[in-house]
Each structure stands twice: as structure tokens, then as C-alpha cells.
Design a protein around this ligand. Structure first.
Ligand SMILES: *[C@@H]1O[C@H](CO)[C@@H](O)[C@H](O)[C@H]1NC(C)=O
Length: 448
């Protein structure tokens, strides 16, 4: 147990920073940056929470400073090392207790009471919920990597990002809530064509939309309708080096470990003919009495009907990365009717047909035109300060407007990540993914 001495080192470090550095302003992620005075003088619960959050951020920086960045490599030995390193970061309850004791040396009276209450609430939220049956793997020494979000800055903001493989990405901010980006030419024409060819080879099925019968998802998912064809491409249906390239580019783009992408659902291909559309819906599910995430639990085992399915697991798609595989002559836009709306503006929409995109596509706050190779990225969930998902962001409602002329092809890469209390559970796609990767490549690109 090396944790206690380390905590003391950090404690000493933080205290000395607190005593010696009184910068007017600095970024909280900078080592040596001291928490602003107004966050230490706690008047409200919000303030104490923001203090705690700043503390946790600073703690991350300190941890990296002391131990270096954890490595996210594929081979087992490194994974073990990573787990070892992460087991330090894992003990955050201890951290909060430490924060409390640090606070008690700096705060007094009412301020200390408020802080202690907030810290206790955070601790209570972290209590692990009971594990259900059907869980894939529960490792005490495994931690699902945490995730983060790209900062959107402001609508119209352009940022360039170097990716490990292929050309850099140009991200254009389309909305702040949810953070939504357009990324032109994320895939090449050849890559798009290959994916379409492989889906045609595998065969597409008329889409059946999974819709709960006696429950409305996320408050209001009524009126959902979908007219399209779809198929899932697994590792054995697609050129492996291409799949690998897509995973790598997606991970670098999102700034998350490649494993999180590899262990998510298979690439979902969608095809829409004229008249085809998909009304505004959410990609992920709100908490439902603590049911586990679908990517961490097997629910297909027992011929469940849809209503039971939703009691078995819920979608935890923290981000959606959607690739346009074709141009569309007319129509087929992706619309976000609630993006960047205030709560009042959302409430005002309630009596309208905002989910029916046949009718209201062009009234949506963000409408994106399909272009071959372009990707769009948005976040469906809020995440906690540890990098695990919390609630669904309702402003991520989106859908496909009617195709007027031409054919629309898309591929969707849903990125799933667990709840904090389920961070020790593996993904059910993990083993399958490695299995596909070990088998011989049945299809290859450039075999014209
Ligand atoms: C959506 O709007 C169109 C055009 O107004 C209408 O024809 C269609 O029936 C509506 N769909 C639903 C499910 O209400």
C-alpha cells in the first residue's frame, strides 16, 4: 500500500503551494496554480462543489506530474502497468476525505459545515450499486478508461487536430450544448466506398426501430419513426486495417484510449432512399433505476421482449460519431432541434411537432448537410469529473430529415462508456473484437 505516503506527499505539496503561490489567475490545470480565493471562501453549496471540482482537477495534474501519464497500450504487460497506475487514481474517496481534512485546516464555522456536507453527498453518490446477473466480467483490478470532451469554444470555432494516422481533422463547432462538431473529409472516398460495398455484400435489413411500448424514454420519445435500411459491420465484414484506422482516428479525435472505441458497438450502417428519414430521437438512455449499460451486460440470452430488454440494460453511448458515406442530391440532413436551446425554449417546443422532421427539419437549431467523408461528432451524456457518464443531455435529440433525391448512406460509431460505479466491468464487445482481429482478414481493400 503505497497510497498513504503518496497522499501525504501531495498534501504537503498542495499545502506548500497554498502557502507560497498567490497568483491572481491561472489555469487550474497548471501545476502550481492556486485555487482562486473566492473558491476557498465558501458561502454556498455550489461554491464548495466548485472548490471540490477544482481540487480534483488539480489533483489529476499533480498525479500526472508525479507519476507521468498512464499509458493506454494494447499489450497485456502494459495494460497491467496501466491498471497498477490507475489503482492509485481509483481511490478517490480517500482523496475526498483528504480534501475535507485540507479544507478543515483552511475553513471554519459555517464554511466548513457547507463543504463537509457537499463532500459527504459526493461520497454517498459514489456508493456502488448492487451488481446484477449477466455481467460480463467484474475485475477488481480493471478500470474502464475514463473519457473527456472536446471543448467547443463557440459556434463557428475551428480547431485542427493531428491524428495518429491519416490527415489531421478540422473540427467546426456547430453547437455548445451538446458539444457538436462537423469534421469534413474525416474518411476518404475510397474508405466510404469500401464500407458501402461491404454492407451491400453483407446485406441490409429494413430497419426495425426499438421502441419501448409502455414507457416513454427520456420523458418524450413518442412519435419516433424510422424508414431506413441497416446492418452492423463487425471485424470480419470489413477490411481490418480500415477498421483499425477508423478506430484510431476516432480515438485520437475524441482524445480517448483506442480501447474505448474498440470495445464499443459495431459500426452501424444506414441507408435511406427518397422519403427515408429518422425522426428526432436520443441515442442513449437516461438512468432507469440503476440498470446496467447494455455494452456491459448480456440481455439477448433470454429471448426478451422489448419491454423486458429495457429493464435489463440501457444504452450508455457517451458520444456519437456519424460518418456520411455518400453525398445526397437533396435532403437527408441531420437535424438537432434542441441544440443550444434554453430550458424555456425547450418547454415552448413541447406542443409543436419538433420530432417530426418531415415537417420541421428546417426549423431545427442545427441542420447539417450530408457530404461524403464528412463526420459529425456530438456528446449524448454529461460526464462527471472522473470521466464517467451521468445524465443524458436532452439537447442531443437529433434525426435524419427526409431524403428528397438520391440515396443517403451513413455509418454510426457509437462510443460507449460506463457509469462510475460500473467502471470495473468489461465490455461484452471486448473479447469478440480481439477474436475478429485474430482471424484472417476475409476482405481487403484495393483488391480491385
Ligand atoms: C409528420 O409530418 C408529415 C408532414 O406534415 C405528416 O405527413 C406525417 O404524418 C407526420 N408523421 C407523424 C408520425 O405524425
Amino acid at each position: 500500500m503505497q497510497q498513504l505516503p503518496t497522499i501525504f506527499i501531495i498534501g504537503f505539496y498542495l499545502s506548500s503551494v497554498a502557502l507560497t503561490h498567490t497568483q491572481e489567475s491561472c489555469h487550474v490545470n497548471d501545476v502550481g496554480c492556486q485555487l482562486p480565493e473566492d473558491q476557498i471562501i465558501l458561502k454556498t453549496k455550489e461554491q464548495s462543489e466548485s472548490w471540490m471540482s477544482a481540487f480534483m482537477d488539480q489533483f489529476e495534474t499533480l498525479k500526472n506530474f508525479l507519476f507521468g501519464e498512464p499509458s493506454w497500450n494494447e499489450d497485456r504487460a502494459r495494460e497491467d502497468k496501466f491498471n497498477e497506475e490507475m489503482s492509485f487514481g481509483m481511490d478517490e474517496d480517500l482523496m475526498i476525505k483528504y480534501a475535507q481534512s485540507l479544507a478543515s485546516s483552511m475553513l471554519e464555522g459555517e464554511q466548513l459545515k457547507v463543504f463537509t456536507k457537499a463532500a459527504t453527498e459526493v461520497l454517498m453518490q459514489r456508493e456502488d450499486k448492487d451488481a446484477d446477473g449477466g455481467i460480463i466480467d467484474d475485475y477488481s483490478d480493471f478500470i474502464y478508461p475514463p473519457v473527456k470532451k472536446i471543448i467547443p469554444h463557440k459556434v463557428g470555432h475551428v480547431q485542427h487536430k493531428e491524428l495518429g494516422v491519416g490527415p489531421p481533422a478540422k473540427l467546426i463547432t456547430k453547437s455548445l450544448n451538446p458539444p457538436l462538431f462537423e469534421i469534413p473529409n474525416f474518411l476518404s472516398d475510397e474508405q466510404c466506398d469500401h464500407i458501402i460495398k461491404m454492407s451491400e455484400k453483407k446485406g441490409l435489413k429494413e430497419s426495425t426501430m426499438f421502441q419501448p411500448k409502455d414507457r416513454t424514454l427520456a420523458g418524450n420519445n413518442k412519435g419516433i419513426e424510422r424508414v431506413s435500411y441497416m446492418s452492423f459491420l463487425t471485424g470480419k465484414d470489413i477490411d481490418k486495417s480500415l477498421l483499425n484506422t477508423i478506430h484510431e482516428r476516432a480515438a485520437d479525435l475524441l482524445d480517448i484510449p483506442k480501447e474505448v472505441v474498440q470495445w464499443s458497438e459495431h459500426l452501424a450502417i444506414g441507408m435511406y432512399n427518397p422519403g427515408g428519414h429518422y425522426y428526432a430521437h436520443l441515442d442513449s438512455n437516461e438512468d432507469n433505476n440503476g440498470v446496467p449499460c447494455c455494452f456491459q451486460k448480456l440481455c439477448y440470452d433470454h429471448d426478451l421482449n422489448e419491454v423486458d430488454y429495457i429493464d435489463c440494460c440501457r444504452m450508455c453511448r457517451y458520444a456519437t460519431l456519424l460518418y456520411y458515406l455518400s453525398d445526397v442530391e437533396e435532403g437527408g440532413e441531420t437535424a438537432f432541434p434542441l441544440a443550444d436551446l434554453t430550458l424555456n425554449e425547450m418547454l415552448n417546443k413541447e406542443s409543436t411537432h419538433w420530432q417530426n422532421l418531415t415537417e420541421t427539419c428546417h426549423e431545427a437549431s442545427v441542420v447539417i448537410k450530408p457530404e461524403k467523408g464528412k463526420a459529425i461528432l456530438w456528446y449524448n451524456h454529461f460526464i462527471d469529473r472522473n470521466g464517467y457518464i451521468t445524465n443524458v443531455d436532452k439537447r442531443s435529440f437529433h434525426g435524419g430529415c427526409d431524403v428528397i433525391r438520391g440515396q443517403k448512406w451513413i455509418a454510426t460509431n457509437w462510443i460507449s462508456t460506463p457509469l462510475y460505479q460500473h467502471r470495473h466491468w468489461a465490455s461484452k464487445y471486448r473479447e469478440k473484437f480481439y477474436e475478429y482481429m485474430r482471424t484472417e482478414d476475409p476482405v481487403q481493400m484495393d483488391h480491385a
